[in-house]
Each structure stands twice: as C-alpha cells, then as structure tokens.
Design a protein around this ligand. Structure first.
Ligand code: AKG
Length: 390
C-alpha cells in the first residue's frame, strides 16, 4: 500500500555512526505508530454535505489528518508537469539570473521571495534567529555525497503564480469546505509554497511550531494560528517526510530545547512521521510541533503547501513578518490577498467543468470579478508580498 523504503532507512541510519541502530529503530517504530493512528482516510461528508464529524474529532485530537487520494491522478499529473517546467526554469545555481537554457530564471525579477536554497542535507534554520527564532535547535547535518552541488532548491514561495495546476488544487472544493468548517465561511488565505526534498540532497526543517502571533491571546485556542494543507506530489515517508508530535497543538508554545534535552536526542520520542501516497493531502495544524530531517533516502518528496486562517486571527492584526513584511492587515488588505481564492475557483472550474465549484461566501455577489486566463495568471506576480503571516 505504501512504498517500500527499507533501503532508505538503511541509507539514512548509515549516516549516524554509533547511533545507526537507534535511528533505524526510530524510523521503523515511528512508521508503525503513524500507520496505527486513526487519522487517515478519504475526505468524507455526511448526508447534508458537511464534513464527517469523526474527521474533525480526529483532527482536533492529533492535530493532523491525512486525506487519501484527495488529488486525482489527473490533477497530480498536471502538478508534476508544472513542476517539471518550473524546475527546468530554476536558476542554474543559487543566485543566478538565468536557467540552464540561458533564459531568465524563474523568479529572477520578482520583488517577493521565490526560490530558497540550502547546502545539501543541511539544517539551514535550526538554532538561528530566522523566522523569529522558531526553529530552536539545530538538527544533525549528514554529509552529502562528494559530487553533490554546493546548494539545492528547498522551498519555492508564492508557488501559485508559477503553477496553474497548484492554483487549481488550491480551489479543491472538498478541501475548501474543510477550511470553511474549521475557520468559518469567511476564512482567508495564509501562504502557499512548495517544499522540495530531493533524494539524497534535501535539507532539514528543524522542529518548530508555525504560529507566532497569538500564543498570549486571551482568546487562544487550537485553531487560532490556522492550518496548512500539504498536498503530496510523490508521497511522503518516514525518511523524507514531516514528523509531528501528535496533540502538541493544544498546548502553549513549546520549549523545544527542553524537549530535546529531556529526550537526550533530537529524535523526539513522541513524534510520528506523516506517511502518504501521491495525491494524499494532509491537514496540519500550525501549532503542532513538527519538522523534517535531511532527506538521506532514495525518494524525493515535493509538498504543495497552502494554508488558511480564521478571518478574526488576521483582521487588524500586525503580521508576524515571517512570510511577508509585517504590516497591520486591515479589511482592504485581506480582501486583496483573498482574491486568489476567487481566481483559483475559476481556474479550477475551467479545467474540471463537471465538478461543482466551491462557493466562497465573502465573494458571493462578486463572482464575475474573477476570471482566470493567462493574463490573470501573469498578474499574480509577487502576490505573496501580501501573505497573511501570523
Ligand atoms: O515540508 C517540510 O519539510 C516542512 C514543512 C513545514 O515545516 C511547514 O509546513 O511548516
């Protein structure tokens, strides 16, 4: 049912010297524990078209849920084709203005952040002040192969401007219904990007919680920092995938330094990997302690991330400054950034005419405003300057 990653487990463990056996056990046991949790299955609805309450209960309990086959084979094929086009247009090396064909590289003249790079198998964020210091510990950095390039792409911000297929996935009616159920019908965007973890090269993302703004809010609750959907383009494994500490989203800001100290290892004992097949989409609470190790295995992971917030979590709130410049996000600002939802719904309607499109209540009387075509796609350039970062 899932890909056999035993060779990757061996390869991963081999990087850890004396700890190789412990790593192997951690990966194998984590995998078994993850697959025993009751938080995966198809996106199900009751007779009234509402999300199956059992899904909402499991999401609330664990802080993540895996929707199997949420993206059809056709949709995944579209995303892979876009990905190939984008990769073909990546800068030929970090900082280059042109791609391998001498054309202007993807994102070369953008104002907003686009492609981010890191040394192969490094942990570029752990233990730094980057992103307001949320990656509190530095993870082990395995040694990459001698012929590995000095830097590899790890994250593409603002991905929907470069990929109509990712834009269409963003308007998946079942997923947007879930966003509505959790965040209310006036839910708003957060940020979108691609996590790229190439086999044998992909960098780590150290343990962290995403939420930054509302930890001391008197109205704090488990959903106040929103969630990310994580669409799996090639699947996700114990070696290349995100690990999470189930249930940690209900508590306050975690002291990850202490968690690692108490465990005596960066391999947090309560964590489990998110295991997926291609086409599965995960909902991941942004307060969950999570992270991913360097990808020392033989399988590449690419995750299409796209998140949503409650409107009340961002309205007239000063942004965290992590994904975009920190400004106070008023109703006009939020409306402008939310236009992406209207455009994505129209893009999806054109590609999948037999599907009932999602009805986004805030644009109930404005649907005619959102017409997707090549010009509208081009106008998305730098849209992520207005990410709703909290
Ligand atoms: O995909 C990954 O490796 C990291 C994902 C992550 O940290 C996030 O979505 O916040």
């Amino acid at each position: 049912m899932f890909q056999d990653i035993s060779k990757s487990i061996e390869a991963c463990a081999a990087h850890y010297g004396d700890e190789a056996d412990a790593v192997k056990t951690y990966l194998t046991q984590g995998q078994a524990k993850a697959l025993s949790l009751p938080n995966r299955g198809p996106l199900k609805f009751d007779d009234n078209g509402e999300i199956d309450p059992a899904i909402l209960e499991a999401y609330s309990e664990y802080g993540f849920y895996i929707f199997e086959n949420a993206l059809s084979e056709e949709e995944i094929a579209d995303i892979r084709a876009d990905l190939q086009k984008m990769r073909d247009n990546f800068p030929v090396h970090m900082g280059a203005d042109t791609d391998a064909h001498g054309r202007p590289a993807l994102g070369a003249d953008n104002k907003a952040m686009t492609l981010q790079w890191a040394r192969p198998l490094s942990d570029p964020l752990g233990g730094t002040e980057h992103s307001n210091g949320r990656h509190q510990v530095k993870l082990f950095e395995p040694k990459a192969a001698n012929d590995a390039p000095p830097a590899v792409p790890v994250y593409l911000s603002g991905s929907l401007q470069f990929s109509p297929a990712c834009l269409r996935a963003y308007a998946h009616p079942g997923l947007l219904k879930l966003a509505e159920t959790i965040n209310g019908p006036d839910f708003v965007p957060f940020t979108e990007g691609l996590f790229i973890k190439d086999a044998g090269l992909g960098a780590a993302v150290s343990w962290h919680q995403d939420g930054d703004t509302h930890w001391d809010n008197p109205d704090f609750d488990e959903n106040i920092h929103g969630f990310n959907f994580m669409g799996q383009v090639y699947g996700s494994t114990a070696v290349n995938g995100v690990w999470v500490v189930p249930g940690s989203h209900k508590q306050t800001r975690a002291n990850i330094v202490k968690m690692v100290e108490e465990a005596g290892t960066e391999r947090l004992p309560d964590a489990v990997p998110i295991i997926c097949n291609p086409g599965d989409v995960v909902i991941n609470n942004r307060q969950l302690v999570h992270g991913s190790f360097a990808n020392t295995g033989f399988e590449t992971r690419v995750t299409a991330n796209f998140g949503f917030h409650k409107r009340s979590s961002v309205l007239n709130v000063k942004g965290a400054g992590i994904h975009a410049e920190a400004v106070t996000m008023d109703a006009d600002y939020i409306d402008k950034r939310s236009r992406l939802i209207g455009l994505a719904i129209d893009a999806r309607r054109q590609r999948f005419p037999d599907e009932t499109p999602y009805h986004y209540e805030p644009f109930a009387k404005r649907e005619g405003e959102f017409i997707w075509n090549e010009a509208a796609q081009a106008e998305l350039k730098d849209y992520n300057l207005m990410d709703l970062s909290i």
